[in-house]
Design a binder for this molecule. Structure first.
Ligand code: HEC
Length: 174
């Protein structure tokens, strides 16, 4: 071991400098690759089940309003179509959600709506605005009777006093 510390440093420097060209002319080993991030576990898409409130809000309420608007405009074909849509929607709701908090939806809907829907069909067939208004009032009472029976008496339905569908014509004719 050389005794002089300065000499030791000089020798070490000389080795590094001598080695530098060799080191630089060598292809550099590839930089260690960062391990690929583990793929995030796939989150499966979960279908969104419609609640009773969702179905009421999206399927039932607009049809009830459209039926009222069509009847007020004496647009009998459109009113007849809305009645059929309401029947169909409730049939679908009863299948999608047979029980609401343990209560049978199909039976409750029948009890609340069957008679008024039949009366509406008669009024539409007769093209009778008075009969239509009475039957529409009964239908609306049916909606509210079921709401009261199923703990939602605060959801109060009424005949529409304004059209919420600016892109649909309710007056009869093309
Ligand atoms: C079978 C019983 C039943 C009948 C019949 C019924 N409803 Fe409902 N409705 C419910 C229940 C139960 C709720 C509350 C659902 C919840 O939020 O859990 C509800 C809620 C609603 C809501 C509130 C939804 C919201 O998000 O604001 C509207 C609007 C509504 N109903 C409209 C109607 C109309 C219009 C009719 C009549 C054509 C009708 N419903 C008939 C049971 C019924």
């Amino acid at each position: 071991m050389p005794k002089h510390p300065v000499l030791v440093v000089a020798l070490a420097a000389a080795v590094v400098i001598a080695a530098a060209p060799t080191l630089l002319s060598q292809p550099m080993p590839p930089a260690p690759q960062a391990a690929p991030a583990p793929a995030a576990p796939a989150v499966p898409a979960v279908p969104y089940p419609m609640t009773m409130g969702d179905m009421m809000n999206t399927l039932v309420q607009p049809r009830h309003a459209k039926l009222g608007l069509a009847g007020q405009a004496q647009n009998w074909p459109l009113a007849g179509y809305a009645v059929a849509e309401i029947r169909q929607v409730f049939a679908g709701i009863a299948k999608a959600l047979p029980k609401y908090r343990g209560y049978p939806v199909s039976e409750l809907a029948d009890a609340a709506l069957s008679q008024p829907l039949n009366a509406l069909q008669d009024a539409i067939r007769l093209q009778d605005p008075q009969k239509f208004a009475v039957a529409y009032g009964q239908l609306t009472q049916g909606c509210n009777a079921c709401h009261a029976a199923l703990f939602h008496s605060f959801v109060v339905i009424k005949a529409p006093d304004a059209a919420a569908f600016p892109d649909q014509k309710f007056a009869p004719g093309q």
